[in-house]
Design a protein around this ligand. Structure first.
Ligand code: CP
Length: 305
């Protein structure tokens, strides 16, 4: 049985194959509409979500399967003191596959140790968010057509940003990847990401606090939200929350064929005027998430349509 806890659980070849299936689904969704008939997805969301939970649910429903779960810890027996281990033991008797989001780093790993069915990490605290990375990679493939020799700028909350941790680990496996890490001093990329993925031979990165400097020669600009919910001290959040705002003036500094990604939700780090720029791919990126999650469910359930 396979789980998806970390994007590196899948080889580059497996990710290529998943993206190929997602593209087949986009081209002909009706071919897949009954592929998961009589299968059940449980979505256990101990943290808020719009895109990840709803795209998982849309994915399973579009495959002919069914969905159950909760979107709020308060409506689960966790509030009565039930452990995550017991919750997972129960739910894995009710569903064929589980997508779980949890505020604690490593929670998806714990869940996998108590589950009789595949576990998908839909975000574990400030650690990883591998299915966001699948959506990111699908978007890069559809927009740019390749993964090699790309310069990737990641901007904002690199410290707590689970989406950038997963993206950097995934992109570091492709030849010629170069990273520009754009963050305030207090939100720099954590050592566990640098040591595992960026300090490896062949990986290259630079760091800057300036978006105006970082944007100039990147092929991909990955903007992120400063995440209020991850700050132990609200004063620090208030001081840092407006560190970066991507607007039309800054977009004029960028390459004409750069693409802008963002896992969303955004607050004010990308102005709405940027939405009309053809380089702004973040809404297409979110829609791609539905199709790559369909491909992921098929893979983990071992379903061939
Ligand atoms: N990108 C992402 O994880 O969005 P949600 O928090 O809305 O799921």
């Amino acid at each position: 049985m396979r789980n998806l806890l970390n994007i590196l659980d899948f080889s580059v070849e497996e990710i290529d194959a998943l993206i190929a299936v997602a593209k087949e689904i986009i081209a002909c969704p009706s071919r897949f509409q009954d592929a998961c008939a009589h299968k059940i997805l449980a979505t256990l969301f101990f943290e808020p979500s719009t895109r990840t939970r709803l795209s998982f649910e849309s994915a399973m429903l579009s495959l002919g399967g069914s969905v159950l779960g909760f979107s709020d810890t308060a409506s689960s027996s966790t509030t009565k003191g039930e452990s995550l281990a017991d919750t997972i033991t129960m739910v894995s008797g009710y569903a064929d596959i589980i997508a779980m989001r949890h505020p604690k780093e490593g929670a998806a790993l714990v869940a996998s140790m108590h589950s009789a069915v595949p576990i998908i990490n839909a975000g574990d605290g400030g650690h990883y968010h591998p299915t966001q990375t699948l959506a990111d990679l699908t978007t890069i493939s559809r927009e740019l057509g390749h993964f090699d020799n790309l310069r990737i700028g990641v901007c904002g909350d690199l410290k707590y940003g689970r989406t950038v941790h997963s993206l950097v680990s995934a992109m570091s496996r492709y030849p010629g990847a170069k990273f520009v890490l754009i963050s305030p001093q207090e939100l720099k990329m954590p050592d566990f990401v640098k040591e595992h993925y960026l300090d490896a031979p062949g990986a290259e990165y630079t760091e800057t606090a300036s978006l105006e400097e970082g944007i100039r020669d990147v092929d991909i600009l990955y903007m992120t939200r400063i995440q209020k919910e991850r700050f132990p001290d609200e004063e620090d959040y208030l001081r840092l929350k407006d560190s970066y705002v991507l607007d039309a003036a800054k977009m004029r500094l960028a390459k004409p064929d750069m693409i802008v990604l963002h896992p969303l939700p955004r607050v004010n780090e990308i102005t709405t005027e940027v939405d009309d720029d053809p380089r702004a791919c973040y809404f297409r990126q979110a829609h791609n998430g539905r199709y790559i999650r369909m491909a992921l469910i098929l893979k983990l359930l071992g379903v061939t349509e």
